[in-house]
Design a protein around this ligand. Structure first.
Ligand code: IMP
Length: 429
């Protein structure tokens, strides 16, 4: 059985959670490998909406193992909150959840630093969850990690050092309130006893599952264009969001990833600051936002909306080695007279097939559009490709041609079942 990576091919919020949840029907485990509770994965099952920020989307399926790999920055309070919420609904989550001891912890001063920086001139519109500061501590080799929760004495001493260090920055540089060490200690150690049993070797678990010919879904958070190296730097998140991050952030070899699905909306959205070449500042943009209910699942901020950007998608295909595309929210385009697709960027007199690196250069790019006829009939809830309006099929074909990728999955509504599966990732090649 294959190991499958599902990642966002745009700026996040592509609807990955629904696709992961759908595919876990045939998976044995779901693993998260980067990001933290800045993610917001919305799942609708039987009309009931659940938003997960930290737990893998497989959490809603009984029997599916849920793994949180070393690449994820973990906020213990949030983890316990989500476990509690699902347990209230009868899920037997604890028995099938494993958190790597190498996950850096998000501590109270991380969110305080995130907020203090976002009040300054270099704000990039983060989710304010402390994600960036937590990854900084990891890279600086001073992070406290999930495994440290199992050694209270060591944890207590290290937390004091960290609080002192960050409080100086908070007070002296940002003129913000310090974080009280005693409160931070009480809070984190109080939570530690509830998570101790969940901490275990995720890498070993993944190897074991592979040896047993079981399949794992690796669930990306955010999107490829928010990747810290290949995204629209500096308007990015603080982790690698590409396919290779699934191997590094969960603890398996890259050759154990068999199929990579890039999930993209049928149009484009972005939350937070940073260039977005196909952004619409007109009524069509507003219409897409309204129809698509485009508000961030984590912060509730309205998302910026625009046309599908094949140039940006090509970068994702290239960097992630995509096997195929999953296209979501096709139904949001229903009823538009014409629909545009960005096929190239005009930059300093040249037509670019791939986006340039760096936010400044990207901000100079003008989209070159191709216009396609829209469709009047509704596509919402359609479950077979042949039943889609003809122009909707044409649109998907053109997206596929321009990105040089097959479209394997199309989502036509929020429910699990509102999906067209052209080729299942678990089907034999
Ligand atoms: P951070 O990840 O909170 O540091 O935010 C950095 C950038 O990534 C900001 O532009 C956020 O809006 C964006 N971002 C972070 N997480 C998500 C997500 O799950 N969906 C969409 N955008 C996100």
């Amino acid at each position: 059985m294959p190991n499958v990576v599902i990642l966002g091919a745009q700026w996040g919020d592509e609807g990955k959670g629904k696709i992961v949840d759908l595919l876990t029907e045939r998976a044995d485990a779901v693993a998260r490998f980067q990001g933290g509770h800045n993610a917001g994965h919305t799942l609708v099952v039987g009309g009931q909406k659940t938003v997960l920020h930290l737990l893998p989307s497989g959490a809603l399926r009984d029997g599916v193992e849920c793994l949180i790999g070393n690449g994820v920055v973990v906020h213990i309070g949030q983890l316990l909150k989500e476990i509690g919420k699902l347990e209230e609904r009868g899920a037997d989550l604890r028995a099938r959840l494993l958190v790597s001891p190498a996950c850096p912890l998000i501590l109270p001063h991380h969110a305080a630093l995130d907020a203090a920086r976002e009040r300054g001139p270099s704000a990039i519109g983060t989710t304010g969850r402390g994600i960036g500061p937590a990854y900084e501590d990891k890279a600086a080799r001073r992070a406290l990690r999930a495994g440290d929760l199992l050694r209270p004495k060591h944890f207590t001493a290290r937390l004091k050092e960290l609080c002192d260090y960050h409080n100086r920055a908070l007070q002296d540089f940002y003129e913000a309130e310090p974080v009280a060490y005693e409160d931070a200690l009480e809070q984190t150690l109080g939570q530690a006893k509830h998570v101790a049993e969940l901490i275990g070797d995720v890498s070993a678990k993944l190897c074991e599952l592979r040896a047993q010919n079981k399949s794992v879904l690796f669930e990306g958070a955010q999107g490829m264009l928010l990747d810290i190296d290949h995204g629209t730097y500096p308007f990015v998140t603080s982790s690698n969001t590409t396919a290779a991050a699934a191997a590094a952030g969960a603890g398996i070899g890259p050759l154990d990833l068999d199929y990579v699905l890039g999930v993209s909306k049928a149009y484009a959205t972005r939350v937070g600051a940073g260039p977005m070449p196909t952004e619409l500042h007109d009524q069509t943009g507003e219409l897409l936002g309204e129809r698509g209910a485009e508000f961030g699942a984590t912060t509730g901020r309205p998302r910026r909306c625009g046309w599908f950007d094949a140039v940006a998608l090509r970068r994702c295909r290239q960097v992630c080695g995509l096997s195929a595309l999953g296209v979501t929210k096709l139904d949001v385009l229903d009823g538009l007279d014409t629909i545009k697709i960005c096929t190239a960027y005009r930059h300093r007199g040249a037509n670019l097939e791939l986006p340039p690196y760096g936010a400044e250069a990207l901000a100079e790019c003008e989209p070159v559009y191709e216009e396609l006829d829209g469709w009047a009939q509704p596509s919402g809830g359609i479950r077979e490709l042949e039943k889609l309006p003809e122009n909707a099929r044409r649109y998907l074909e053109r997206v596929s041609e321009l990105c040089d990728l097959p479209v394997d999955i199309v989502s036509t509504g929020a429910e699990r079942s509102d999906t067209i599966t052209v080729k299942h990732p678990f089907a034999p090649a």
